[in-house]
Ligand binder design. Structure first.
Ligand code: NAD
Ligand code: FE2
Length: 384
């Protein structure tokens, strides 16, 4: 048995976000709290979207306080802004950080806090405030997922909250909003999407509907991400990336992520490595570890990445997939952890705690190859 869920309205296409006001007015909302960050709020394309919402008759309160990946404190401040605003809908606009913060606000506005109460699976009670998520990266896919990732700084922990209550009512993926994204975040958010697709495709919780979406996302990303990296204004590549991030988001929402994501979150919590970059740093090595346990699956990934593996054994196909992932990451200049400034002495001191946290996150149980804490620590070291 498998269940498959998506938000009731998923809107895609170049320029589509400009009609968001119409959707909100049709539903009878009168005021919105917009949760975002200062860079996104300053983007002319985003301003045009918000002007459209105003023109549709809604009062807007704009909260730009999500200045990095969200923390419990940032969510509490945004919640205060919601209470002061009198809004009846929350709009998260930006990358995964503002969208996740908006989801958390929509929950806490109707249920008692603090947010860490809801860490884990299906802990979120009752109702939430109506929620619209508009992506400006391609990307986390948060606009179509049931997840929120928020750092609890007191515990050095990137919490994962999983609940169907977190699936937005409206998801918008408009490639025009991603045209301003510089090459660095284009790569890190794009490799995050690729990781979602690969992990969903090999996950022990995969299902036929997620397979189709995951392979389509891998195909699109393999072709479009190098183009979007080299030529940020390439509208065709941005459209492909925007759709791919959405497909990958739907896929992993319904099939889960696995070992790479389990290992990425501690890198964020201990060293502040941004989520997409953490996945990017780990993806090739962890794929090399996992591929021998699911060679047929990785051979299909090789095909999706354009490798000539027709007639190859599954094992040879899987090796070709790992090599293609390595080449793609090299082409996109994905750095090592040491190149990112993760100091060797601090890294050695916490690598075992990070491995324990990765295991405790629950994501590695979805990986087709089981990994012990020692093997995870060795993988971290290989990526330093
Ligand atoms: N909920 C989910 O399903 C899910 C999935 C994956 C990741 N996440 C979480 O999402 C967060 C990361 O999100 P992200 O990778 O999208 O990064 P982000 O939201 O932190 O944005 C990264 C940077 O890009 C900038 N930016 C965003 N859009 C821009 C645009 N169009 N033009 C110029 N600059 C722009 C932002 O201002 C920021 O500086 C992490 O906390 C991660 O754990 C959530
Ligand atoms: Fe991710």
């Amino acid at each position: 048995m498998a269940d498959f869920r998506v938000p009731p309205l998923v809107r895609t296409g170049a320029g589509c976000a400009r009609n968001t006001g119409q959707i909100l007015a049709e539903r009878g909302y009168r005021g919105a709290l917009v949760v975002t960050d200062p860079i996104v709020a300053g983007s002319p394309a985003v301003r045009a979207v918000l002007d459209g919402v105003r023109r549709a008759g809604l009062a807007l309160a704009i909260h730009e306080g999500i200045t990095s990946e969200p923390t419990v404190e940032m969510v509490e401040t945004a919640l205060e802004a919601f209470r002061l605003s009198g809004a009846d809908v929350v709009i998260g606009i930006g990358g995964g950080s503002p969208m996740d913060a908006a989801k958390a606000v929509a929950v806490l506005a109707r249920s008692p806090g603090p947010l860490p109460l809801y860490e884990g699976v299906d802990k979120v009670p009752g109702k939430r405030v109506p929620l619209v998520c508009i992506a400006t990266t391609a990307g986390t896919g948060s606009e179509v997922t049931r997840y929120v990732a928020v750092t609890d700084e007191q515990r050095n922990r990137k919490m994962l909250i999983t609940s169907w209550q977190l699936l937005p009512d409206v998801a918008v993926a408009d490639p025009e909003l991603t045209l301003d994204l510089p090459p660095g975040p284009t790569v890190s958010t794009g490799v995050d999407a690729l990781t979602h697709a690969i992990e969903a495709y090999v996950s022990r919780r995969r299902q036929p509907l997620t397979d189709t979406l995951a392979l389509s996302a891998i195909r699109r990303i393999g072709r479009a991400l190098p183009r979007a990296y080299r030529a940020p204004g390439d509208g065709e590549a941005r459209s492909a990336m925007s759709l791919a991030a959405l497909e990958a988001g739907i896929a992993f929402c319904n099939a889960s992520v696995a070992l790479v994501h389990g290992m990425a979150r501690p890198l964020g919590a201990y060293f502040g490595v941004p989520h997409g970059l953490a996945n990017a740093v780990l993806l090739a090595r962890v794929s090399a570890f996992t591929a021998p346990a699911a060679p047929e699956r990785y051979r299909e990934i090789a095909v999706a990445l354009g490798q000539p593996v027709a007639g190859a054994t599954p094992e040879a196909g899987a090796r070709a997939a790992v090599e293609a992932i390595e080449r793609l990451c090299a082409d996109l200049a994905v750095p090592s952890l040491s190149a990112l400034g993760v100091a060797a002495d601090r890294f050695d001191a916490v690598v075992e705690s990070m491995a324990a946290d990765a295991v405790a996150s629950g994501s590695p149980v979805n990986n087709p190859r089981d990994a012990t804490a020692e093997e995870i620590a060795a993988l971290y070291r290989a990526c330093h």
